[in-house]
Write a protein that binds this ligand. Structure first.
Ligand code: TXA
Ligand code: MG
Length: 340
């Protein structure tokens, strides 16, 4: 398949939005930018289009997709019995990186929800995404636009590397502003449950949801065959081919560890790079977790180019958006944690 590369400069913008909307209305699949990561969009009403998304990504069929909307009217078409607190969260955090799991109606295709009686919904904070949704007139199901298991794409070039030739089009827009996927909260259990941390933090959510529970899978390996609230958490994710370890400890101890390991590399904070003598990639500063979120998937994509056997990743704090970064790195490291 020839994958169209669509531009977003002012002169091409309108045509790109209209072309994308037309492809989606015809049952095709298009990679679109969002403020979190690039998404691979399909009509949420079209089972056949959804199948193409699962196939292009190589995604397990039991892992449901998030539906992206651009108006509250659509929310009431695809979800029902929506708790008051969920509406308060929508008011406060949408458009933005919060996904809410709610009771579904029959409007969306069954395959979107992978057989569950719930649907995950969010309104992205990205004008290209919002325009494509509005012009197509469709709710769009969109998982991250990467090959299943590899790091999520934060640039159009990442999408191209994974999916060129497998999807109808890629919209080439700016690098994603946030860099990690949305926060996922389920309102289908009482109390509400944080299934995946993101840029809307647990601290912010607790202002509306004081009884919010953080699912154990956020920071621990789910037990084999255990029932999981969010099927996505049980898969190995974001993993480079290089064997990765997540390391907790101060800068001096981290440098001491990696510098004593031949054939290894480090993923570290910018301020400690000078003390590290093995090959290294910096992913922002420990003083601002947003810088780490922005770079984390980009550096994970570059690790395998270093040609080392092992990579040691300096763990961020678990505060604010740091929890989301920690959660992704824990999976990239297949839950191998070293505490110094
Ligand atoms: O930021 C994001 O959320 C990005 C952009 C493209 O919007 N999308 C994204 O999609 O990260 P994906 O498919 O990579 O992750 C969706 C997550 C998975 O962990 C999935 O299991 C969970 O949301 N999910 C989707 N529907 C669900 C449902 N009905 N119940 C529980 N979890 C659900
Ligand atoms: Mg994903």
């Amino acid at each position: 398949m020839n994958t169209q590369k669509l531009k977003t400069e002012a002169s091409a913008y309108r045509e790109t939005v209209e072309k994308s909307a037309a492809i989606l209305k015809n049952g095709g699949i298009v990679a679109i930018p969002t403020e979190t990561v690039y998404g691979l969009a399909a009509s949420a009403l079209d089972d056949n289009a959804i199948k193409k998304v699962f196939t292009a990504k190589g995604r397990p069929q039991d892992n449901p997709l998030i539906v992206h909307i651009s108006s509250m009217d659509t929310l009431f078409e695809i979800a029902q019995n929506i708790p008051e607190k969920a509406l308060l969260c929508a008011e406060k955090f949408w458009p933005g990186p919060l996904t809410m799991v709610l009771e579904r109606t029959d409007k969306t295709a069954k395959s979107v929800s992978a057989g569950l009686n719930t649907v995950a919904v969010r309104m992205p904070d990205n004008s290209v995404a919002l325009d494509v949704i509005t012009v197509s007139g469709l709710p769009l199901a969109a998982p991250s636009a990467n090959t299943s298991g590899s790091p999520s794409p934060t640039k159009a070039e990442h999408v191209e590397a994974d999916l060129d030739g497998k999807i109808d089009a890629i919209i080439f827009s700016e690098e994603c502003a946030i860099g990690v996927e949305s926060t996922v909260v389920s309102f289908c259990c009482n109390p509400p449950r944080l299934l995946r941390p993101g840029a809307v933090t647990a601290e912010q959510l607790r202002e509306i949801l004081p009884d919010l529970v953080i699912d154990s899978a956020v920071l621990a390996e789910p037990e084999k065959d255990a029932r999981v609230e969010s099927p996505g958490v049980k898969y190995k994710h974001y993993a480079p081919k290089t064997e990765a370890f997540l390391v907790e400890g101060n800068s001096a101890d981290f440098a001491g560890l990696v510098n004593s390991k031949p054939d290894s590399a480090a993923i570290c904070f910018a301020e400690e790079a000078d003390g590290i003598t093995v090959p290294k990639l910096c992913y922002g500063t420990s003083e601002n977790e947003f810088t780490l979120a922005h770079e984390v998937f980009s550096v994970l994509r570059r690790v395998d180019d270093l040609g080392v056997k092992q990579v040691y990743i300096h763990a961020p704090s678990k505060n604010g958006v740091g929890l989301a970064v920690y959660n992704r790195l824990l999976r990239a490291a297949a839950f191998r944690v070293i505490t110094l």
